[in-house]
Design a protein around this ligand. Structure first.
Ligand code: SF4
Length: 306
């Protein structure tokens, strides 16, 4: 499936990672050739757990900036490389430590639950972190009499509020990629594939999640497709997931809900850049120790919940 030139680069990356005692962690939204050279491919929760437990000296993080920061916070003694330093996340950029402090001042005593798609500085201002896989569990762990500020993804927050029946104070942030998926896209896909179940990510807008048969994290979507007896699925999350679906459930037919579901930030990481990062051990991710200490507390609270 890969061109000769790409295969050679992939072989070179595999050789280099062994030589340097490095581990490559790749998000499910990465390019197929990058996923193929990774030691672990998963969603934010799985990636955070793997980063916290690895024995490798170097972590190459094929993902976006906030993910590599989380890896550095969880494994401060390791070298953490982000092959493309400009790979950011527009959702994470909707909130800063200052703007969160201002929101906290408006709601004294509120517990701050922050989605992992956020900077280390924002995590440090938060009480507990969540991912799309465990957001419901995290909110359910907070006593019912407490006010909750949920940042920064409004769509995920709305989904969690609906699931838990809790009244959450929501931040006005969203993922540009998932926001592009519209109810009309889902209706059109359903008309084209009437036997398919619709599975979408909770970063999609509420009008879209309402039309779905299931709302799951990326790993949750893959597990559902693998285990469900249905043969056809319409997938409402970033296009990179299709590579793992093809590998894990080759007998099923999966259709991307819209060709608009491509995150340009995730695609900035190429196999050439992964190779260069391993050769030069740059660009390295550093996190201010004070910020890292506070962010770690919030991340560890999440990991204790599961
Ligand atoms: Fe950020 Fe959305 Fe891209 Fe994920 S898919 S990195 S949330 S912009």
């Amino acid at each position: 499936m890969f061109a000769e030139k790409t295969k050679k680069l992939m072989d070179e990356v595999v050789r280099l990672k062994k030589e340097k005692n490095a581990i490559i962690l790749a998000h499910l939204y990465q390019r197929p050739e990058v996923q193929e050279v990774a030691d672990y491919v998963g969603d934010s929760l799985g990636l955070a757990r793997t980063a916290a437990n690895t024995d490798a000296e170097i972590i190459v993080f094929a993902g976006v900036h906030f993910m590599a920061e989380s890896a550095k916070i969880l494994s401060p003694d390791k070298i953490v490389l982000l092959p493309e330093i400009e790979a950011g996340c527009p959702l994470a950029d909707t909130i800063t430590a200052e703007s969160l402090r201002a929101k906290k001042a408006e709601h004294p005593g509120a517990v701050v639950v922050t989605y992992v798609n956020s900077s280390a500085a924002v995590k440090a201002e938060s009480d507990i972190i969540c991912t799309s896989a465990n957001a419901v569990k995290v909110v359910e762990s907070i006593p019912g009499d407490k006010k909750i500020i949920f940042t920064p993804d409004k769509n995920l927050g709305s989904f969690v509020a609906k699931k838990t029946g809790r009244d959450l104070i929501l931040w006005e942030g969203h993922c540009n990629t998932h926001q592009r998926l519209t109810p009309d896209d889902i209706r059109e896909a359903k008309a084209k594939y009437p036997n398919a179940k619709v599975l979408v990510h909770p970063e999609c807008r509420p009008e879209v999640t309402e039309l779905a048969d299931g709302v799951f994290s990326t790993t949750g979507i893959i597990n559902y497709v693998v285990n469900d007896p249905r043969e056809e699925f319409i997938i409402g999350t970033e296009a990179g997931i299709m590579h793992q679906l093809l590998k894990k459930a080759p007998e099923k037919k999966c259709y991307l809900a819209s060709p608009k579901l491509v995150c340009p930030n995730m695609k900035l990481t190429t196999i050439e850049k992964v190779k260069l990062a391993l050769e030069t051990l740059e660009p390295q991710i550093e996190v201010d120790p004070e910020i890292a200490k506070k962010a770690l507390e919030a991340l560890e609270k999440m990991l204790a919940i599961g």
